[in-house]
Design a protein. Structure first.
Length: 667
């Protein structure tokens, strides 16, 4: 007890007199008026860029371009511009030019010593879009867009051609470097040109614009408003097969052209694209849509005032209401009572939809405008589509019947899934319905449960002996899984390996993926530490990336790191992942005074289960690599398609490009 509470006093010692308690030491005052910071100008943006553009990642980096081109699009939609030019330079600069009215350059009434051009770029919440006088509808609402771009750029040059005079102002990190100056007379030019370079202090020295992404963003604007011509250009060093050095976009048919290009090559359920427009283009309450049902991956791509809304919102709710109600009404006319069970999910399955709505003073969720919150948008879209969809279905009974049959099949499938009770691991009856090779764990909860995907029955046998039966399940794969990146949907449907894997996970695939139905917390790919094992792991990662990307996003996918060598010297035993690791351990951990035994494992099936448990499966001693998707999804998709897709020449090009980096070949 004395060890725990200090030395005990001897039994015969006299008690010590009580001392007065010491007064508490004074706490120094470190919080006063001087500690309150007042951030002026655009300093709040540089301190907390995430509040204005959502962060400093790749998406935020490209959002700067969106803010600038949206201003030019607002001029076009208001009828003051019909041409916008975008140039991406190899130096990382983007230039956006329009032939609109040009930002006013005269002194501002509220700030008589400063030009309006300067105010717009240096003062938050300064702009011409707070009411509907200058713009009936617009993408910029808060007066922070271009000023935020200015704050987060290390160089920005703005030129305004107005009243046959050219004016120029230069900024750096939100501050004026060169005040507004009159450059001279221009006879055949008007509008605003903005050239800027994002600040590496904010985004990092390696951040850069993706030419492909900027190209697609530019083209999308032309689709969204047929009254504008978009001219694209980039330096030759940035051009590629997918990104031309120069291009002109002008699409009078708008979203219908967009949809036709998007679904090109896909098998259609309905032959025609359901498309249309309502209201005066660009005016309050106008709607444009293009919808097609195909056997490909369906998704809804929506916009408000030409601003993309990837998270959807109230306008997409109106779309769902109109399509569901229209198909149900058609079913009633044809005496099809089964349609009473239809839901919007059934109708939108495999539906590729483009939706653009223009609303006066819309409400978005956050400054990045990823989701529309205006309740009025639901009514506007529902009203615009309702009669048009009824007429489209009635005018073509053949394609309407195909669409109704397709939706009813989806409804039957959904209801079958709902009727199936959640798989109970404690029930022998339910276990019979799981893949035959799956050795499931005994716990019922998904939290903490792990599924090891291994190659072959031999490795599966070792893993089953090495596992913790309480929370670790093992699914052996018989042979290599299908490469889904280059396979047709029919071939995938006929793959028993894929069917077993999907059934074991229980969560569905693609748009039917449901996180709540996932039966395991960790999905661990455990293959041999050799080339074949790496190939199988690559095929599995490709499967999850294409069919269950949200499983990866949820942090559920891992790679196990089984050793290739076991090295022993006397009582000392270590494991090496590969040849290089073995060499490193031999040099640093072992000596030549006694015999060293080195065992090379031919595969997981040849490894004693005790060693497999110790090195690879036990949470106490194993190492796992978590699989993540890069922020730049387009680049990730391009890489996967290039290395795993159906074009062998793309892989051949990759090998040629990277052959110089190969330093060791095990031949």
């Amino acid at each position: 007890m004395s060890d725990l509470f200090g030395s005990a006093a001897p039994a015969n010692s006299a008690p010590k007199p009580k001392s007065k308690p010491e007064a508490p030491a004074p706490v120094p005052s470190s919080y006063g008026a001087a500690d309150i910071e007042i951030l002026e100008g655009l300093e709040p943006v540089r301190r907390r860029p995430g509040m204005y553009i959502g962060g400093t990642d790749t998406n935020a980096y490209h959002h700067l371009f969106a803010e600038v081109i949206d201003n030019s699009m607002d001029e076009a939609i208001a009828g003051h511009a019909n041409r916008i030019e975008v140039h991406l330079g190899a130096d990382g600069y983007i230039t956006v030019t329009d032939n609109g009215r040009g930002i006013p350059v005269e002194k501002h009434p509220k700030f008589p010593n400063r030009s309006t051009l300067e105010i717009v770029h240096t003062v938050l919440h300064a702009g011409g879009k707070f009411d509907s006088k200058a713009y009936e509808t617009s993408g910029g609402l808060h007066g922070v867009g271009v000023s935020v771009v200015n704050a987060l750029s290390d160089d920005m040059v703005v030129e305004v051609a107005r009243d046959q005079q050219l004016h120029r102002i230069i900024f750096s990190r939100g501050k004026v470097v060169q005040d507004v100056e009159n450059v001279g007379r221009v006879n055949n030019r008007r509008g605003t040109t903005t050239r800027f370079h994002p600040d590496p202090e904010i985004f990092g020295a390696t951040a850069h614009f993706s030419a492909g992404r900027i190209f697609r963003m530019t083209r999308a604007k032309a689709y969204l408003f047929g009254g504008v011509e978009l001219r694209w250009s980039c330096d030759e060093s940035l051009a590629s097969d997918d990104v031309p050095a120069k291009a002109v976009f002008h699409y009078p048919d708008g979203l219908k052209d967009f949809m036709a290009a998007r679904i090109e090559g896909e098998t259609r359920i309905t032959d025609e694209i359901f498309s249309g427009k309502s209201g005066r283009p660009g005016s309050h309450g106008s709607v444009e849509w293009a919808i097609a049902w195909t056997l490909g991956d369906g998704s809804v791509q929506s916009y408000c005032n030409t601003v993309p809304t990837p998270d959807g919102g109230t306008h997409e709710a109106g779309l769902r209401m109109a399509l569901l109600r229209g198909l149900k009404n058609y079913a009633e006319l044809t005496k099809n009572k089964a349609a009473a069970n239809l839901t919007a999910e059934d109708v939108l399955t495999s539906c590729s939809a483009m939706l653009s709505v223009f609303v006066r003073e819309p409400e978005f969720v956050g400054q990045t405008k990823d989701k529309l919150a205006s309740g009025e948008a639901t009514r506007i879209v529902d009203t615009a589509l309702r009669d048009a969809f009824d007429h489209w279905l009635g005018s073509s009974p053949n394609q309407a019947g195909k669409l109704l049959d397709w939706a009813l099949e989806r409804a039957d499938e959904r209801m079958r899934r709902r009727k199936e009770k959640e798989i109970d691991r404690a029930s022998a009856t339910r276990k019979l319905r799981l893949p035959g090779k799956l050795a499931d764990c005994t716990q019922n909860a998904a939290q903490g449960a792990e599924l090891f995907i291994v190659e072959g029955d031999s490795a599966g046998g070792s893993a089953k002996q090495a596992r913790n039966r309480a929370n670790q399940a093992v699914l052996p794969l018989r042979g290599k899984i299908l490469n889904v990146a280059g396979a047709s949907r029919e071939k995938m449907a006929g793959s028993q390996l894929i069917a077993d894997l999907i059934q074991a996970l229980g969560c569905g695939t693609r748009d039917r993926y449901n996180e709540d139905d996932l039966r395991y917390d960790k999905i661990i790919i455990m293959t041999d530490a050799d080339v074949d094992g790496a190939h199988i792991a690559s095929l599995l990662i490709t499967f999850f990336f294409q069919e269950m990307p949200r499983l990866i996003e949820g942090g559920h996918l891992y790679l196990a790191l089984p050793p290739l060598y076991r090295i022993s010297q006397g009582p000392k035993t270590l494991y090496a992942r590969d040849e290089a690791h073995k060499t490193e351990l031999m040099a640093s951990e072992f000596n030549g005074r006694s015999k060293i035994d080195i065992t090379r494992f031919k595969g997981l099936g040849e490894m004693p289960f005790a060693h497999l448990r110790e090195t690879t499966m036990s949470p106490k001693s194993r190492t796992l690599l978590q699989v993540k998707i890069l922020d730049d999804r387009d680049a990730t998709r391009t890489t996967v398609d290039r290395l795993m897709g159906s074009k062998p020449e793309a892989r051949f090009d990759f090998i040629q490009e990277n052959a110089a980096f190969v330093t060791d070949l095990d031949i």
